[in-house]
Design a protein around this ligand. Structure first.
Ligand code: K7E
Ligand code: CUA
Length: 866
């Protein structure tokens, strides 16, 4: 058995002693069901969404955050929230908007010089390759302040915000084209493209709608503004859009809601907008050949520069057979292209029908130049009947649709009916309806917007939750409901309250496609993915002054910030560069200086900076804002701001009692001895790792590197400790020795994790029964007293099958199943006396007991590893 120093034992074993798991015995499930009033179907639904501790989800969902201006990330089927990503709105946890690097991203979103600190996010889109998600980038629009943001899925951070130079609002975006060459963004409310005043009476002449085609570089993950362009469209109030795929690749489809071009005027006695804008029976679906228009946009003759941005005028698009209209039922909302690109489903919120257009029919009409007329702007109009495949009567308020991998299967949300309807867009037959709660907007299927929809689940993004959750005041959370669509009938599994704005749309991706990293290359500016100018390594910490500009190059590592004291003059401009020197997974530090409204989140390897004018005199603690280690509270320092015009008188020194030299020496010796004992533990772990060739296993090797990083810091501290001791400064010698112990604990912490990981990798393969036995051992609470390989609150179980003679297996079995009958056996009695504990009856079944014995056999086979 390894000898631990007392302090270390406390730190490392404390957790396992406290973990006394409860166990399930027969009848337990019935008991719980009764107590909680659950039916059998409830339990089945729960089982379909429950992830045991440590088990991950199959899909990750990116939901828009509506008025919060953020993106919400959660898992399916568990519906557990994983992250809020700061996008258009400052988000302090991530330092977003509180450190200099992220401020630069946020400020890219200034409009005409105005700082905007919120957004109305509606439609997230995942980048695609060959019409399938590649897991690299996420784009999302801001409806209120027409902008697009790009989020990098390597670190889930916002990297770019692009302002639309001609729109005054934007809704029908973001939609990637099938190889992510472009992102579509349709405007919403028609407005003049320039920034001048134009009277509303001139609406038809000077207000315009359109679709912006943002050129995207899928390698760099950035929108290229100079190569982007906008297709001018009539002021019909373009709405949702979709990009064509496969058969219809190269084309875009955009709805509109105000072909009446009504402009309201309640205040002057006109009927309101809502009446005037829904007068006609039909509005227009816009159909445009963006591929052709992208070619045309390269020639300056074909574009008009407005606000430094390329606009293709309508007449150019029309002349080049690249823009068409087809009537669609009044005031539509969603338009969704089928996985093969052949069917285009449009839902009109005021019409009970879904209209299914057929791409081959539309294409034929276009090719034959067979038009029923032109609109007032000269845009050719296709015949609605001739373009349609057919219509299906779905119910009240159809909005959005999602496709499944089953041929012809489609799911549509019904806003007014609060239902999801499953139907067939080829046969136009209704297949099933499911009630949702309440008033559903978008639906989110699993990769349903790609050429490779996954089916299985669909999420209803409901606008109202009314009575579904505990009342938290008049403003209610949204309600996302997970629906199982794997069977013939839909089955609503679970409700999830979503309390951050009103999400409109969400997209889901298989987890295997995501490749988020866990650390940055040392000194990375995460917002630009380049080496940070303020990158600081251990030993390079410093304060530089240039006039009244002070630059602090600081490092953070468990558990100190270097430097720990910074003195500046009132009025100085202070920039602090902070580098997190950690390489260990999840060892983030946070940083703030009290009262100065700054904050940074520093994940391993990241460098960020905070900047402020030290305009308040005084003493300001700064500290790490993540509970990163046992000595997290000690991870702090002081910023001292002096007024250079003042004279400061130093305080009278209080006389404190000090330790005698003998006491100091004793403490020093004790500290050195503890360190030697702790080092012995580390060396035994290192020996084990080396003997078992840890370097062959990447996961273990990474952990060992992390551990040795910590260990490598010891010699320098040792030198300082020895020097201090030699100089007779025992106070400092003790403190440096304590620092050594800190590094040792960190080393041991990771080292023991590496050892456990290695044991798993090199042990003989467990039989199914042994694996089940290990699980039963853990879940049955056995680990509360027995630690394999160690004497704990109960005996070590390595070799237990052998130590009871040739009938050892039977003895163990009896002892597990009916221990109380053996309490008086001399051996058991002696053990009870020794441990002052009796083996309890954990009501293991015969099968569980058998499995546990198989597990113990596996333990014996690998006894050398424990
Ligand atoms: Cu709310 Cu797509 Cu903006 Cu419909 S949208 S609900
Ligand atoms: Cu670093 Cu707390």
């Amino acid at each position: 058995m390894i000898k631990y120093s007392n302090k270390l034992v406390l730190l490392l074993v404390g957790a396992s002693l406290a973990a006394t798991a409860s166990f399930a015995s027969e009848g337990e499930l019935q008991k719980v069901m009764k107590a909680r009033g659950l039916s059998e179907i409830d339990v089945v639904r729960a089982a379909k969404t429950y992830n045991p501790s440590g088990v991950k989800d199959e899909y990750v969902v990116f939901s828009s955050g509506g008025q919060s201006g953020q993106v919400i990330v959660y898992g399916v089927p568990s519906m557990r929230i994983l992250k809020y990503i700061g996008v258009f709105t400052p988000e302090p946890w991530q330092g977003y908007g509180f450190d200099e690097e992220s401020k630069k991203v946020l400020r890219q979103g200034n409009i005409r010089g105005k700082e905007i600190n919120w957004g109305d996010t509606h439609h997230p889109a995942l980048s695609e390759k060959d019409g399938k998600y590649d897991g690299k980038w996420l784009a999302i629009n801001d409806k209120a302040n027409p902008r697009i943001a790009i989020i990098d899925l390597a670190d889930f951070e916002t990297k770019q915000i692009v302002v639309n130079p001609v729109f005054k609002s934007s809704h029908g975006g973001a939609f990637f084209t099938q190889n992510s060459d472009f992102i579509l963004e349709a405007c919403q409310y028609a407005a003049p493209f320039d920034n001048n005043y134009h009277p509303i009476e001139d609406y038809k002449e000077t207000y315009r709608g359109g679709v912006t085609m943002w050129r995207f570089d899928p390698k760099k993950g950035r929108v290229q503004e100079k190569e982007s362009f906008t297709i001018e469209m009539p002021p019909y109030m373009q709405d949702l859009s979709d990009s064509g795929k496969a058969a219809s690749d190269g084309w875009g489809f955009t709805n509109s809601v105000n072909s009446e071009m009504y402009t309201g005027g309640i205040e002057v006695g006109m009927p309101p907008n809502e009446a005037g804008m829904s007068r006609n029976d039909t509005d227009f679906l816009h159909i445009y050949n963006w591929k052709k228009l992208a070619e045309l946009a390269k020639d300056p003759k074909n574009v008009k520069m407005i606000n430094n941005h390329k606009v293709i005028p309508m007449d150019i698009a029309v002349k080049n057979n690249a823009l068409f209209l087809v009537p669609e039922p009044k005031s539509p909302h969603g338009v969704d292209v089928s996985p093969d690109g052949e069917y285009i489903t449009v839902c009109g919120k005021l019409d009970t029908h879904a209209s299914v257009y057929k791409w081959s029919k539309i294409k034929k009409l276009i090719d034959n130049k067979e038009f029923e007329g032109k609109d007032p702007y000269g845009v050719p109009i296709l015949d609605m009947k001739k373009s349609l495949h057919g219509q299906a009567e779905l119910g009240l308020g159809p909005l959005h649709s999602q496709y499944s991998p089953v041929d012809g299967e489609i799911y549509t949300s019904l806003y007014v009916d609060s239902q999801v309807v499953k139907w067939n867009y080829k046969t136009l037959k209704i297949l099933d309806k499911q009630n949702v709660h309440y008033n559903i907007g978008h639906l989110c299927g699993m990769e349903s917007e790609t050429m490779d929809p996954q089916g299985r689940y669909i999420i209803a993004l409901n606008k109202l939750s009314i009575d579904r959750f505990q009342n938290v005041g008049p403003l209610h959370p949204q309600n996302h409901q997970l629906i199982d669509i794997s069977g013939k009938k839909m089955d609503l599994l679970v409700d999830m309250p979503l309390p951050l704005g009103e999400p409109h749309n969400a997209v889901a991706i298989r987890v295997e496609k995501l490749n988020g990293h866990v650390r940055y290359t040392m000194g990375t500016n995460s917002r630009t993915d380049t080496v940070h100018e303020g990158k600081t390594l251990a030993g390079q910490e410093r304060v530089e002054r240039n006039g009244n500009k002070v630059k602090v190059y600081a490092t953070m590592v468990r558990s100190h910030i270097n430097p720990e004291r910074i003195t500046v003059n009132k009025g100085d401009e202070v920039t602090m560069y902070l580098t997190n020197l950690e390489r260990a997974q999840d060892e983030a530090h946070g940083f703030t200086v009290d009262h100065y409204n700054i904050h940074a989140s520093l994940e391993p390897g990241k460098t960020s900076s905070v900047k402020f004018i030290a305009d308040m005199e005084g003493v300001f603690p700064y500290y790490c804002t993540e509970f990163c280690s046992a000595l997290h509270l000690e991870m702090m320092g002081y910023l001292m701001v002096k007024d250079p015009n003042k004279k400061y008188v130093s305080a009278q020194k209080t006389k404190m009692q000090t330790m005698t030299p003998a006491q100091l020496k004793a403490e020093y010796d004790k500290t050195v001895a503890t360190n030697a004992a702790t080092d012995a533990v580390i060396q035994s772990v290192v020996k084990f790792l080396k003997e078992n060739k840890y370097e062959k296993h990447k996961v273990v090797a990474d952990l060992v590197t992390d551990a040795m990083d910590q260990y490598g810091k010891i010699p320098e501290q040792k030198k300082l400790a020895n020097a201090a001791a030699k100089a007779g400064n025992m106070e400092n010698a003790i403190l440096f020795e304590n620092m050594i112990w800190q590094y040792m604990v960190k080393t041991a912490d990771v080292g023991i994790r590496a050892k456990d990981a290695l044991v798993r990798l090199i042990a003989t393969k467990q039989s199914a029964s042994a694996a089940a036995g290990e699980k039963a051992f853990g879940e049955g609470g056995c680990g509360g007293c027995h630690v394999i390989g160690k004497v704990s609150s109960g005996p070590d179980l390595t070799g237990v099958l052998e130590r009871h003679g040739k009938d050892g297996t039977k003895w163990v079995k009896d002892f597990i199943m009916k221990p109380e009958t053996m309490y008086n056996d001399p051996y058991t009695k002696a053990m009870i006396d020794y441990f002052n504990l009796r083996m309890p009856n954990q009501h293991m079944s015969e099968q569980e007991t058998k499995n546990i014995i198989e597990y113990l056999k596996w333990v014996d086979e690998n006894a050398n590893l424990f």
